[in-house]
Design a protein around this ligand. Structure first.
Ligand SMILES: [Zn+2]
Length: 328
């Protein structure tokens, strides 16, 4: 690439031998070659990875190679809570075998850290059209505990987001499930910084140190899905919309659930994720896709999901109801 660029410069720098017509031709070629140099045609990447020296396809160019990434039902999105619609059909989930202890491999796949899950844990209810089984989970995060979630709530970006990917029970592989517009159900959970460490995450954070480089993997100590997420009784508040995978191919086959309750992790625990490396050895940080346009989609909320009202307003309302605000 660089030698190609040099050649173009040499031709231009000896204009005596080039006709003006040739010059008219050379300039666009030069611009085009510069464009190629700076945008490249390599693997897809996150915005945090893009520099002119590192040619990769940042999120705004994912649709060049994967047409679905330019679709109208893309994820993630910003959830504007006052525009969500309460839907009584969004009943609590039934989690089956989420307590099941399993051992699987944890892998740095160059974009995230991914853990395969034996297809034993299932979800149903929660307004889902069918039973879905867990396939894998992974996270998206920021820089050393800074903003890093994919979904945002009223513009707020959390430090990290967990995605537990499920597919319809009848499928045996994710590729087949992705060709069904309701083939995949992803549960999204936000993390929030806590003062004390969340010991239930020790098996994961302790293992991250041995998979710093891209494509490395190791076996994960025994864990269950249940230990990674809030207690079942705290999972009745969630948002629902139809969207896509948040990485290329961006298949629009995902029923999204984003839970209101967060998972606590200490800053030190969050920081360990930033020690992972992209394939070029740079810190794996900012591995989230920017929020995508809603394009008219409606976001629903479960009966449990509350729109936060200021406590002053709430107290005033209670006072009025009790007749306390009456001057008599
Ligand atoms: Zn994800």
């Amino acid at each position: 690439m660089r030698s190609h660029w040099k050649k173009q410069v040499i031709v231009l720098s000896s204009p005596g031998r080039v006709s003006s017509k040739m010059q008219q031709l050379i300039l666009p070629v030069l611009l085009a070659s510069f464009w190629t140099i700076c945008t490249g045609s390599g693997d897809w990447c996150y915005q945090s990875q893009f520099t002119c020296d590192h040619q990769c396809n940042a999120p705004d160019k994912w649709n060049h190679a994967q047409r679905d990434c330019g679709g109208n039902h893309q994820s993630p999105i910003n959830i504007v809570t006052r525009k969500t619609l309460k839907d009584e059909r969004l009943t609590p989930f039934e989690f089956n075998n989420y307590q099941q202890i399993f051992r699987d491999t944890i892998k740095n796949n160059g974009h995230s850290v991914k853990v395969g899950v034996p297809h034993l844990s299932t979800i149903s209810g929660g307004g889902l059209p069918s039973t879905y089984k867990a396939v894998q989970f992974h996270m998206h995060w920021g820089n050393n505990g800074g903003p890093g979630s994919e979904h945002t709530i009223d513009g707020e970006q959390y430090p990290m987001e967990l995605h537990i990917v499920h597919m319809k029970n009848e499928y045996t592989d994710l590729t087949t499930a992705l060709s069904d517009p309701e083939g995949v159900a992803v549960l999204g959970f936000f993390y929030e910084t806590s003062n004390s460490a969340n010991r239930k995450y020790d098996p994961i954070t302790n293992t991250l140190r041995s998979i710093k480089t891209t494509n490395s993997n190791t076996s994960l100590p025994s864990i269950s899905l249940a230990q990674l997420i809030p207690a079942e009784q705290n999972l009745t508040s969630f948002y629902r919309y139809n969207g896509s995978l948040t990485t290329p191919g961006c298949n629009e086959a995902v029923i999204w659930t984003v839970f209101e309750n967060t998972i606590p992790l200490s800053v030190d625990q969050l920081r360990v994720f930033s020690e992972l490396q992209f394939h070029d050895g740079k810190p794996m940080v900012g591995n989230f896709r920017p929020v995508q346009p809603l394009n008219g989609r409606q976001v629903f909320r479960s009966g449990g999901a509350v729109i936060l009202v200021s406590s002053t307003l709430l107290l005033a309302a209670i006072a009025t109801a009790l007749g306390l605000s009456q001057p008599n």
